[in-house]
Design a protein around this ligand. Structure first.
Ligand SMILES: NC(=O)c1ccc[n+]([C@@H]2O[C@H](COP(=O)([O-])OP(=O)(O)OC[C@H]3O[C@@H](n4cnc5c(N)ncnc54)[C@H](O)[C@@H]3O)[C@@H](O)[C@H]2O)c1
Length: 335
């Protein structure tokens, strides 16, 4: 199946905007980006593409059935990035996570089911759906055991996608990736928050002991993995995407402070997030062996470039940074 028209949802967010820029820089794709401009989005993320003829932005919600039917009918494939994504917010207010991450995905699935031709779906999932693991790494066939409302909503979406594959034969793949970092990530997430707070002379919060381990992947490596699944993924398959950069939060924050030439006394330990998973780890041999994908950025290179990007782009993050987005314990807030 030749894919030339792609509907990217949530393309004004962190990963979606990097993915759209990558696709348009390398290939002959036409892209429609639908985003409801919620807080994680930023029109400035794709400012450079606004006059590119192969790119079109539509303001809208993935939970709008009529709009999704119309846009799906113009597309050969849907790559679904749109989601409520901040775990801390899901703890203080879970319902919006259910509406978009489950209800929105069901609306996309229905639009594809009703389309009169084959439309491929790549559903962007997360390692958080598996829950945490003390030793070893999760394979795609492992059970889902989400801990937070965010992870539960993402796991539910995956289950719907798998059911639509089985029942209606939908041409769908799922990717599950580890923690991303890189340019254009909203200031409330660990790495941008650390850089921005330290740059502003504020203490950098570490939840609990800081021993929680995440496997960090540079966002463009993730985007290359999604592109491989879009172009070569086998319908019905799930692909884990990971880099093998397992580091605990304290180590990551110390590395950032070193790059900023600031002392470790900037670190402040705060209460731990409820239900905080200790370690995530994925086995990504399947995408490497079957689709020929592998990451090209080491964490040392990626984090150094990311710190430099935030230092040179304060015009991008200053309007997004406030007491709430940079809060040391956001799950305690009312959003
Ligand atoms: N960031 C990570 O580390 C990571 C890791 C693995 C998987 N993921 C998944 O990747 C996807 C993108 O994550 P991100 O970090 O770019 O998130 P983000 O919060 O930066 O972007 C999400 C985008 O979706 C849009 N959106 C939200 N609800 C919408 C709706 N109802 N209709 C239309 N648009 C809507 C937002 O406006 C925003 O632009 C998500 O599905 C997330 O679960 C993220």
């Amino acid at each position: 199946m030749a894919i030339t028209s792609v509907l990217a949802t949530g393309g004004l967010g962190f990963i979606g905007s990097n993915f759209i820029r990558l696709l348009l820089s390398e290939t002959g794709y036409n892209i429609i980006n639908i985003d409801n401009l919620s807080y994680g989005s930023n029109l400035k993320n794709l400012d450079d593409l606004k006059d590119v003829p192969k790119y079109r932005f539509v303001k809208g919600d993935i939970s709008d059935p009529d709009l999704m039917v119309r846009l799906v009918n113009e597309s050969d494939a849907v790559v679904n990035f749109a989601a409520e994504t901040h775990v801390d917010r899901s703890i203080s207010d879970p319902l919006p996570f259910h509406r978009t991450n489950v209800g929105g995905v069901l609306t996309i699935l229905e639009a594809i089911r009703k389309a009169d031709r084959d439309v491929r779906l790549v559903q962007i999932g997360t390692d958080e759906s598996y829950g945490d693991i003390t030793h070893g790494s999760f394979a795609e066939s492992d059970r889902l055991s989400p801990s937070s409302p965010y992870a539960a909503s993402k796991a539910s979406a995956d289950l719907y996608v798998m059911a639509y594959r089985r029942t209606y034969g939908l041409n769908a793949c799922i990717t599950r990736c580890t923690n991303n970092y890189g340019p254009y990530q909203f200031p409330e997430k660990l790495i941008p928050k650390t850089i921005i707070r330290a740059k502003m002379g504020l203490k950098v919060p570490i939840y609990g002991t800081g021993k929680n381990v995440r496997d960090w992947i540079y966002v463009l490596d993730h985007c290359e993995g999604i592109k491989a699944v879009l172009e070569k993924g086998k319908p019905g398959e799930i692909y884990n995407i990971s880099s093998g950069n397992e580091l605990n939060n304290l180590t990551v924050v110390k590395m950032i402070l070193r790059l900023l030439k600031l002392p470790e006394s900037f670190i402040e330990f705060v209460d731990d997030r409820p239900g905080h998973d200790l370690r995530y780890s994925l086995d990504s041999r399947k995408i490497r062996e079957e689709l020929g994908w592998s990451p090209t950025n080491t964490f040392e290179k990626g984090i150094s470039e990311t710190v430099s990007w935030y230092l040179s782009n304060d015009k991008w993050w200053k309007p997004l940074s406030n007491e709430k987005t940079l809060h040391p314990a956001p799950w305690k807030l009312k959003w």
